[in-house]
Design a protein around this ligand. Sequence first.
Ligand SMILES: [Zn+2]
Length: 255
Amino acid sequence: MNLQCRIELGHAYKAGSQIARVLSEDWCGRELYCAACNSDRLASSRVNTPAVDFVCPVCGQPFQLKSLKAWNQKKIVDAGYDSMLRAIRSDKVPNLLVLQYSADWLVKNLLLIPSVFFSEAIIEKRAPLSSKARRAGWVGCNILLDRIPQDGKIAVVSNGSTVAEQQVRQEFSRIRKLADVPAAVRGWTLDVLTTVRKLGKARFSLQELYQLEPYLQRIHPRNQNVRPKIRQQLQVLRDLGLIEFTSPGNYAVRS
Ligand SMILES: [Zn+2]
């Protein structure tokens, strides 16, 4: 994978955001492969579908590209809040590619967030645009990266180095079965997986997980039954092959 963008393509544009879009889209069209199948390329699709930038010509997986110069591990700014919630509820969010480029247009980091990791808990509503703005009252959103478990943040390029394709595809295939969980309940599955990952342990107990109950309660303020939810979702995670039950009340993360 050649990490250098073709700088000369930007000469025709003035706005920084436009240059970033043209260069990073060109780079993805040239260098990127599909993480979901063996296709060694992705096809551009922007003309037909505004929220989708690339589609795999073999398996049809949609991808949206976001390019940034500054890298914030906690959150990234996204488009409209309402349209994002609609997409999540109808299970129509594309896979997200977050690309960070350097000052000399090298791809420094590229993160793939599979579509199944988009739940309402990771979307933050932003303040409406002021009455002086061209789109006054419009409400955008942030994607809270720190609420996505590490399973859903697949590095394709990390700190200027390419991650092996085989590893990327393996990580993608590992979490694919999450798509089998209906979108309406998947949020809880993901939140419990995030909590498990927050523990930072390969083996953990139910009691340890209960200590992170306040985190889940904060995300789901109206739910009065967080502990039963945790236990229920641990079973779902086990059925998906993401964790295993080692002995009563004890679990292990499956890699
Ligand atoms: Zn594919």
